[in-house]
Design a protein around this ligand. Structure first.
Ligand SMILES: Nc1nc2c(c(=O)[nH]1)N[C@H]1C(S)=C(S)[C@@H](COP(=O)(O)O)O[C@H]1N2
Ligand SMILES: [Mo]
Length: 430
């Protein structure tokens, strides 16, 4: 198989990936003007569509809640956005390194399916496996088969590519389509499961394999009347063989329904869409693969980007959040210790600074984690003694080990991905 060494391109390197795989550059695929530019996300789905019985679905569906999410979404922990739920950052105050399941964000294109692990099967097929098994005669693994592999545990964030999207409008005055998250579409969990590479090897992956396409068992995703099929997104073999997990546990318990029960992919540091939930099958191919999730979505379109869009997005960018209510109040004339977290798909966060004067002056925050996990986040604190009551904007900016930092503004893209600019967090002292 390709591992990215020798003459094989290392597709986990963004620059290489862009050069080798950009469909618009290769002329393999041309996006019609309307296709990528106006597409929205599940947040805009009408209620009738969200609650529709899933005729083509392989499993039972929860339609109890309007969101299609199974777990409780108490308003002190979550902000609901259509079929999605965002973590309130103040709910992370006093919480350890891991985001508990009761407050971990949920990003669902449709409803959470309820799948029985006892009858569940993972099917691998395609031209990148020895003997090129077709979809009709795949290599099959049961849940117990996966439990029989050596297990591995990693702590990694999963973050929606659109996390922070709402700030394109509120800070930059730019209209973008999709769920207007603030910064709560991210969580860190301890994931236990089986290395995807081990399962791909057992299934007979060949040296000719270049892409895999994991696909979920949730219902078909319908975007403005157009059925795009089940959620699936190609992943280069180099990343698939590197550090991807087939996870069956989250924070020490079986994966909960909303987070992919019985088995999901965890693709560390990459855009959340790569971490396919309710995994049903994986196509392994000796030719590049395409789906709407690496062509019309999850690429950057806009005047600052190449005609036809960038290559499919891979790593997440650097972000920071305060563990404070949004636009809340704090008692005036007191010393406060502000808390927050910063993270990056580029690796360890090396430095965090805070400003309370609109970014004119910055002072360093104090890291609470001595050896931050490159795939997780660093927790930090910042003593703050504001002199006057009134309205403030708190700014935090981080720099990761590659030197990537958070700018004051970011270029517009139509779908509002990767908002990595410094967020201006309002707070009033009374
Ligand atoms: N099958 C399936 N997998 C999926 C999705 C989905 O809707 N269906 N959403 C993706 C997106 S966009 C994100 S950000 C993450 C969210 O994971 P979480 O809901 O466990 O937080 O799951 C990804 N995997
Ligand atoms: Mo996402």
């Amino acid at each position: 198989m390709r591992t990215g060494d020798g003459n094989d391109p290392d597709l986990t390197d963004e620059a290489t990936y862009e050069r080798v795989r950009d469909p618009s550059r290769r002329g393999l695929l041309r996006l019609s003007a309307g296709a990528g530019l106006t597409a929205g996300f599940g947040g805009a789905l009408p209620a009738a569509l969200r609650a529709a019985p899933a005729a083509a679905a392989p499993a039972a569906f929860s339609t109890a809640a309007a969101t299609g999410i199974v777990k409780p979404l108490p308003p002190e922990l979550f902000i609901e956005h259509g079929t999605n739920a965002e973590t309130r950052w103040e709910a992370m105050r006093g919480i350890g390194d891991l985001t508990p399941v009761d407050r971990f964000f949920v990003r669902n294109h449709v409803s959470t399916p309820l799948i029985d692990a006892r009858t569940w099967r993972l099917k691998l097929w395609g031209t990148g496996l020895a003997g090129s098994p077709g979809e009709d005669r795949p290599i099959v693994f049961s849940y117990d088969d996966l439990l029989g592999f050596p297990s591995e545990t990693i702590t990694s964030f999963i973050e929606c590519t659109g996390n922070g999207r709402g700030f394109y409008a509120s800070q930059q005055g730019q209209e973008v389509s999709g769920t207007p998250w603030r910064l709560g579409a991210v969580g860190v969990a301890r994931w236990r499961g089986v290395r995807l590479s081990a399962v791909l090897r057992r299934a007979g992956i060949t040296r000719a394999a270049v892409d895999i396409m994991p696909r979920g068992l949730d219902a078909d995703y319908v975007d403005k009347g157009e059925n795009l099929g089940r959620v699936r997104r190609p992943l280069p073999v180099a990343k698939a063989m590197k550090d991807v997990l087939l996870a069956y546990e989250m924070n020490g318990a079986p994966l909960p329904p909303d987070h992919g029960h019985p088995v999901r992919l965890v693709v560390p540091s990459w855009v959340g869409i790569a971490s396919i939930k309710w995994l049903g099958d994986i196509q392994v191919s000796d030719a590049p693969l395409y789906s709407p999730w690496n062509t019309r979505y999850y690429r950057l379109f806009g005047p600052a980007y190449p005609e036809g869009g960038t290559a499919p997005l891979t790593r997440m960018n650097v972000k920071s959040a305060f563990e404070l209510p949004w636009d809340g109040t704090l008692p005036a004339a007191r010393r406060h210790v502000l808390h927050g977290r910063s993270w990056s798909g580029g690796g360890r966060v090396r430095r965090v600074e805070v400003s309370d004067d609109g970014g004119r002056t910055w002072r360093p925050a104090r890291a609470l984690d001595r050896h931050p996990n490159p795939r997780g986040w660093v927790r930090w604190e910042f003593p703050w003694h504001p002199r006057r009551p009134g309205r403030y904007e708190l700014l935090a900016r981080a720099t990761d080990e590659t030197g990537a930092a958070q700018p004051a503004t970011v270029p517009y893209n139509t779908l509002g991905y990767l908002f990595g600019a410094v967020v201006r967090h309002p707070v009033t002292l009374i």
